[in-house]
Design a binder for this molecule. Structure first.
Ligand code: SF4
Ligand SMILES: [Zn+2]
Ligand SMILES: [Zn+2]
Length: 462
């Protein structure tokens, strides 16, 4: 499954073979297409397409190129189109200072007016921004100051990291088009890396911007798969991971399609199989969405109850099929030490490789040194340290009150002990947390423990 969140199938480029293009999209696994309005005529054509095809949805809005043609009846017409049940968003709207087809002050005026209409009608917006980063951010921050529900999508993102961060802070999703495949798009590919999986979309923006190897030719929705492949490569994931998470995002933003089911015990990311033992944790990290949005790469990890060791084992088809089987969960697995031991033994007996992801509280939780018990069962252990000082640790990981006393030193002890019993040990930190000196973290890990250090960007779980 995959979604093209930005297509212009109403355009005359498809007049000769529209039905074939749409069929090709279906044949290539495209589940939904969001057809985007640029003016009243194309918005109406988009709505008409939704009547013809059940898997096509529409938006309605006036593109910055066309705002110069807005007249006294435009907003009334726009309201009618937005009221259609298959019109999911208002857009595309925004600022385009690259082409400047409409005067800039007129662009800004109608961008604001349409944002106001979207807020009134409770519709997400689809934002078009070209060479107008500062003005777009300034206007949007007036309307979406504090991330109170997703305001919409930045489409065909071409801005820099700074704009991406501002958009993410406001709660926007960021959508990438075929431009990420272009040879000279190194800077854009860097931006792809910072967008969390639960805020990512893919699009074609067809008929424009065909991805490689079709660059320069007419684009079409089936090519969204080529962009998915590139995004997967950039993010170190599989195409399935990217398809799953972007489809889940489409469901979360618009309520279309099937959302991921809760109660997931095993889930696959890349060629690793993860085991979700618990949602409980002895910490409450500032960046953790375990309690608010327990969705990782499109897998919903909310558990109604914790699975038994037997249930966990039964949910693993064949441990040898995977590069590794990882005790992770959206919670702290060592709260269920017995289950880890029981299942890990079976995985090892079946020829699998075992990793344990932990916050390093295991010895405090179980009131003994648990590492000798893991010898021979766990091949690799990954401990999140996340800070270079005890104060920063408390502020970022926010351990439960009863775990707060000297816990940072206990985590470091855990790492030192792990080295004695587990062949591979790595220490991770989630990057870009305020109050953390990442260089110092790296020094501690390498000099003090002599183990692998892995800074990881938020949400690139695994
Ligand atoms: S240790 Fe892991 S599961 Fe626990 S709060 Fe932190 S990020 Fe979430
Ligand atoms: Zn656009
Ligand atoms: Zn467009």
């Amino acid at each position: 499954m995959i979604v093209d969140t930005h297509a212009h199938l109403d355009m005359e480029e498809y007049d000769g073979d529209r039905a074939e293009v749409i069929q090709r999209a279906r044949d290539n696994g495209v589940d939904y297409i969001l057809n985007i309005g640029c003016d009243l005529r194309s918005s109406l054509r988009s709505v008409e397409l939704t009547e013809e095809y059940d898997f096509i949805y529409a938006t309605a809005g006036v593109h910055p190129h066309d705002v110069k043609n807005i007249n006294g009846t435009t907003y009334g017409e726009l309201r009618k189109l937005l009221a259609h049940p298959k019109t999911l968003a208002l857009g595309e709207i925004g600022l385009d200072y690259y082409k400047d087809f409409s005067p800039r002050d007129v662009q800004r005026q109608h961008f604001q007016k349409q944002v106001e209409l979207a807020r009134e009608m409770r519709k997400p917006i689809v934002v078009h921004c070209r060479d107008a980063n500062d003005d777009i951010a300034a206007i949007l921050s007036k309307y979406y100051p504090n991330n109170d529900g997703p305001p919409g999508i930045f489409h065909c993102f071409s801005g820099d990291e700074e704009l991406a961060r501002k958009a993410l802070d406001m709660g926007f999703y960021i959508s990438f088009a075929g431009t990420v495949t272009f040879k000279k798009a190194e800077a854009l590919r860097e931006v792809v890396k910072i967008v969390p999986g639960h805020r990512l979309f893919l699009e074609t923006d067809c008929p424009y911007l065909a991805p490689l190897p079709h660059r320069g030719k007419r684009n079409e929705p089936s090519y969204v798969n080529l962009t998915a492949e590139k995004i997967a490569e950039i993010r170190g994931l599989t195409v399935e991971d990217v398809r799953r998470s972007t489809s889940q995002n489409f469901h979360e933003l618009f309520g279309i399609g099937e959302g991921a089911k809760t109660g997931t015990i095993t889930y696959r990311i890349r060629n690793s199989l993860y085991l979700n033992l618990t949602n409980r944790c002895t910490a409450d990290c500032v960046f953790c969405t375990r309690l608010t949005h327990p969705v990782v790469q499109g897998h919903n990890l909310k558990l109604e109850r914790e699975p038994t060791a037997e249930e966990v084992w039964r949910s693993i088809d064949d441990p040898k099929k995977y590069d590794e089987v990882v005790f992770c969960g959206y919670g702290e697995p060592t709260l269920r030490l017995n289950a880890i031991k029981e299942v890990a033994r079976k995985i090892k007996d079946a020829g699998g490789r075992v990793r344990l992801n932990t916050n390093g509280h295991g010895n405090v939780i179980n009131k003994r040194n648990i590492l000798p018990e893991l010898a021979g069962l766990v091949d690799e252990i990954s401990v999140s340290l996340n800070a270079d000082t005890s104060e920063a640790y408390d502020e970022i990981c926010r351990p439960l009150p009863s775990y707060r006393n000297g816990i940072f030193d206990k985590v470091k002890e855990f790492i030192a002990e792990a080295r004695k019993y587990v062949p591979e040990v790595q220490v991770t930190i989630v990057t870009q947390q305020s109050g953390v000196d990442e260089r110092r973290c790296e020094e501690i890990v390498k000099d003090q423990f002599g183990v692998k250090y892995r800074p990881r960007r938020l949400d690139l779980v695994g």
